[in-house]
Every structure is written in structure tokens, then in C-alpha cells.
Design a binder for this molecule. Structure first.
Ligand code: CMC
Length: 460
């Protein structure tokens, strides 16, 4: 079995079950326990409702595995992130973004021949249909790039009909290549459009990261040399954001895909989900926060606000649903940040501010007790800013990088051959059945106070 089509090897543990007891009826239920290859086990509750008539209540999925997957492993307690078994630190250090894309999609690192072929496919899919370019003109010049990306990526399904048949593995693969390849072009065009600058076509001679920098920052009237240190940093940023198992946007893509929707529509849904400040929008929020704090002396005030239970304020770039330790991506990002600032000779006071914030927070009981550490977004904003990216492009860069993760999960879900629509249930807390009243009676009710229309419970 090739890894690409390998369903995560979740096996039922023969010797152990999980017993659930309903104290109202005295009934007990023996539930199978599923074991993955690593990490916590899961109780298989798929038949629980059928047997017991009760649902499980877990709105934020804090204790719920929504699927099994063989792509990415996270051990949040120990700060471990691996793709297909390879440590993120090794991938960031020794591979390039398209290597990681291939790995996520196919389950193995590519051989030299496979790498050449894969790079060729991605490179040769990076241009956009010319007519698609007119889409941009429909947006206001000050549109957020993520708004443009949601629209343009969704529109891809109207242009590439020959890769929307999700039942055909070949079409799925072509759609995967197209999405990965075109995303950098779509994102950088969103930026160019906002500036009123001409779009820069991708170049087949450049790597993915180099191309992205060129499409972002080159102008037709001037030569453009890609700085190798910045290209390496860009490549690392892409690698570090490539996948992160069942995060909100990936789960959105899976849920959208579970209805049989085409991959372009699913990825557009993923971009929309990523946009929120609790997810991909956090790197943008970190920079805004550092700007607000502005001096080291003000750091304690902001920490105090973040700790105040009566204040909604949070330190952006801190905390993670899964990591209860230093985010391994943040460590790599921190080093890359120093490399980029050194290369560019930039002395960014925000970096000093960030390090001071990190130092104080890591020594503070509030953050220690809640295991709140810097996450990947804490440093990425400073690097991207130094490289010349405007703040509103930060989340767009995340979306470009994460596209392969979304696609790998979508492809994995479809290749399992047992596609089942995702359809959560709910705990209903609304009105019980009540009598319908026509609008004329409703007016009477309000003007004359006919409270009997609400039913007995609300009668005086
Ligand atoms: N600053 C201050 N307090 C925090 C923070 C923070 N950044 N994050 C969590 N807490 C507190 C929270 O108030 C709560 O305290 P208490 O127990 O007293 O009520 C406790 O820590 C647990 O928080 P939670 O909201 O239940 O945790 P969560 O797992 O639902 O939230 C999170 C995870 C990432 C949404 C949250 O930590 C957060 O909002 N962080 C800031 C935004 C951010 O940096 N997001 C990027 C995440 S990494 C990129 C990605 O994967 O998308």
C-alpha cells in the first residue's frame, strides 16, 4: 500500500474497552478503544447514539478526534511536530518547500527523479488563466488580500473543469498541483492589485520561494535579483506553515470536502477559516500588538491586561490549543528572524520588544500554569515585515503555505474510499414547540399586550 493512500493505521485495541455508564438508566456501554501509531488513544463512539440515544457534547473539539490521519503528528506536551515521521526541525533545515509538499501529498520524500518531475509540474502550473486576472478588477483596491484570495480561489473551479471530478485520482492530483502552484501567484497578485502595480508573471527558472518573492516585489521596469538569504527564509516560513493536522482551517476543508465539493471550493473555505485572528490572522495581530505596546517599559502593563480575567485582552502569538510547550516552529522561526534581520541590517525595536515580552511571560506564573508559550506566529510577522511584506499579506502567506496541508488532508480523506458527510449534532437549547400566530394577531399581541399568545409559561 502506498503511503499516499494509506489510511492512518487506527486499530481497535483487542484487550481494552472504555465503559460509559448512564446513571439515569443504570445502563453501561462498552466502547471500543482505537489505537493510532503514536499519541493518545481514542474511544470509538460512532455507535453510541444508536445504542444509547445520547450525543457527546464537545463544541470546541477539545476531546474529539474528528478523523484518523497518517500525515502529521503533534505531541503538544513535548513540543513535537512531525510530518510523515520527519521532525519539523530536520525538514526546515535540510529540505525545501516542494520536498515537503511532495512528502505531505505522497507520504515519502521524493527520489531525485520524483523531485525533478514534481518541481516541473508545480512550476508549470503556476500561471493563472488570463481571464481569471480580470477578476481582480472587481475588487476595491483596498480589499484585504485574504478577501481576494477567498474569491479568486473559489473561482478556480469555474476555470479548471478538467480537475473537479473528485472521483478521479488523476484529476485530484492535477487539482492538487494547480492549487499549490497557483496559490503563490494568486496571493502576490492580490498585493500587486492593492498597490496598483502590474502583475509579475511567475518564472519557471525559479524555486517556489524565489518566485513568490519575485512576484511580490519585482516591477517590470527594473531587474530583480532574489536575495538567497531571504529566499531561504521564505522557504522556511513556507515549510513551517505547510501542515498542522486538524486545525480549524484544515478541518473546514475536510468538512467542506466531505459533501463531495470540488477541491477549489474546499480550499476557498479553508482560506476563510484561516483568516480569523485566533488562527492564521494571529501573525498580523502580533505586529499590531507590538506597535501598541511600543516600548519595553509598557510590557508589564500589557501582561497585566492579558492576565486580568475581566479583560478580554490576550497576548497575540501566545498559547496554542495543542502545544502546552514551546511551539517547535517558533524556535526555528526565532533563529530565522535573527538571520533575516542581520542580513538586511535591520535593527527592529519590535524584535527586542518581542524578546522582552517573551522573557517576562515565560517567567510569569499565569503563563506557566496555563502552559502558554510563544507560537509560530510570534516571530513570523517580524520576519515578514523585515522582508517587505505589508501586514495584511501575513495571513495570505500562511494561506499559500498551508494549501498543501489542506490538499493533503482532503486527498487522504477521499482516498479512504468511505467518504461520509461530516454532520455534527447539537444540544438544542431553543424554544419548545409553540403555536403559530399570523402577523395581524402578532401586532395585536404587541400593542395590546396579549401575553397569552406566548403560551402558558409566560402568562401573568
Ligand atoms: N494571552 C493570555 N491568556 C491566554 C492566552 C493568551 N494569548 N491564550 C490563552 N489564554 C488563557 C485563557 O484566558 C484561559 O485562561 P483561564 O483558564 O483563566 O480562563 C487559558 O489560557 C486557556 O485558554 P483557552 O482559550 O481555553 O485555550 P484555547 O486552546 O481554546 O485557545 C488559542 C488557543 C490559540 C486560541 C489561544 O491561546 C489564543 O487566543 N492565543 C492568541 C492568538 C494566537 O496567537 N493564535 C495563533 C495560534 S497558532 C497558529 C495556528 O495554529 O493557527
Amino acid at each position: 500500500m502506498s503511503n499516499s493512500d494509506a489510511k492512518a493505521a487506527a486499530v481497535e485495541s483487542a484487550e481494552k474497552t472504555f465503559t460509559l455508564r448512564d446513571n439515569t438508566s443504570g445502563q453501561t456501554y462498552e466502547l471500543p478503544i482505537l489505537k493510532g501509531s503514536e499519541g493518545p488513544t481514542a474511544v470509538d463512539v460512532r455507535n453510541l447514539y444508536g445504542k444509547s440515544g445520547v450525543f457527546l457534547y464537545d463544541p470546541g473539539y477539545t476531546s474529539t478526534a474528528s478523523c484518523s490521519s497518517g500525515i502529521t503528528f503533534i505531541d503538544g506536551e513535548n513540543g513535537i511536530l512531525r510530518h510523515r515521521g520527519y521532525a519539523i526541525e530536520d525538514l526546515a533545515e535540510h529540505s525545501d518547500y516542494l520536498d515537503v509538499c511532495y512528502l505531505l501529498l505522497h507520504g515519502e520524500l521524493p527520489s531525485p527523479e520524483e523531485k525533478t518531475e514534481f518541481d516541473y509540474h508545480i512550476t508549470h502550473h503556476s500561471m493563472l488563466h488570463e481571464q481569471l486576472i480580470y477578476f481582480y478588477r472587481g475588487f476595491r483596491r483596498d480589499a484585504h488580500p485574504m478577501a481576494i484570495m477567498v474569491g479568486v480561489v473559489g473561482a478556480l473551479s469555474a476555470f479548471y473543469h478538467d480537475s473537479t471530478d473528485i472521483a478521479d485520482p488523476q484529476q485530484r492530483m492535477v487539482a492538487s498541483h494547480r492549487l499549490i502552484a497557483k496559490m503563490a501567484t494568486i496571493g502576490s497578485y492580490a498585493y500587486k492589485y492593492s498597490k496598483g502595480l502590474p502583475f509579475i508573471y511567475p518564472s519557471n527558472k525559479l524555486s517556489y520561494a524565489e518566485n513568490l518573492l519575485k512576484m511580490m516585489f519585482a516591477v517590470p521596469s527594473d531587474d530583480f535579483e532574489v536575495n538567497p538569504v531571504l529566499a531561504k527564509a521564505m522557504d522556511r516560513i513556507l515549510i513551517l506553515h505547510a501542515d498542522h493536522e486538524q486545525n480549524a482551517s484544515t478541518s473546514t476543508v475536510r468538512l467542506a470536502g466531505s459533501s463531495g465539493a470540488n477541491p477549489f471550493a474546499c480550499v476557498a473555505a479553508g482560506i476563510a477559516s484561516l483568516w480569523g485572528p485566533a488562527h492564521g490572522g494571529a501573525n498580523e495581530a502580533v505586529l499590531k500588538m507590538l506597535g501598541e505596546i511600543s516600548t519595553k517599559e509598557r510590557v508589564p502593563d500589557f501582561i497585566k491586561r492579558a492576565k486580568d480575567p475581566d479583560d478580554d485582552y490576550r497576548l497575540m502569538g501566545f498559547g496554542h490549543r495543542v502545544y502546552k510547550n514551546y511551539d517547535p516552529r517558533a524556535k526555528v522561526m526565532r533563529n530565522t528572524c535573527h538571520e533575516v534581520l542581520n542580513e538586511l541590517g535591520i535593527h527592529d525595536p519590535r524584535l527586542e520588544l518581542a524578546m522582552e515580552l517573551e522573557r517576562i511571560a515565560l517567567e510569569d506564573d499565569y503563563f506557566i500554569e496555563r502552559k502558554l508559550y510563544p507560537n509560530v506566529d510570534f516571530y513570523s510577522g517580524i520576519i515578514l515585515k523585515a522582508m517587505g511584506f505589508p501586514t495584511n499579506m501575513f495571513t495570505a502567506i500562511f494561506a499559500i503555505a498551508r494549501t498543501v496541508g489542506w490538499i493533503a488532508h482532503w486527498k487522504e480523506m477521499l482516498s479512504e474510499g468511505t467518504l461520509q458527510i461530516g454532520r455534527p449534532r447539537q444540544l438544542y437549547t431553543g424554544e419548545r414547540q409553540r403555536q403559530f400566530a399570523t402577523v395581524d394577531i402578532r401586532e395585536h399581541k404587541q400593542s395590546r399586550g396579549w401575553s397569552w399568545l406566548w403560551g402558558n409559561s409566560k402568562q401573568d
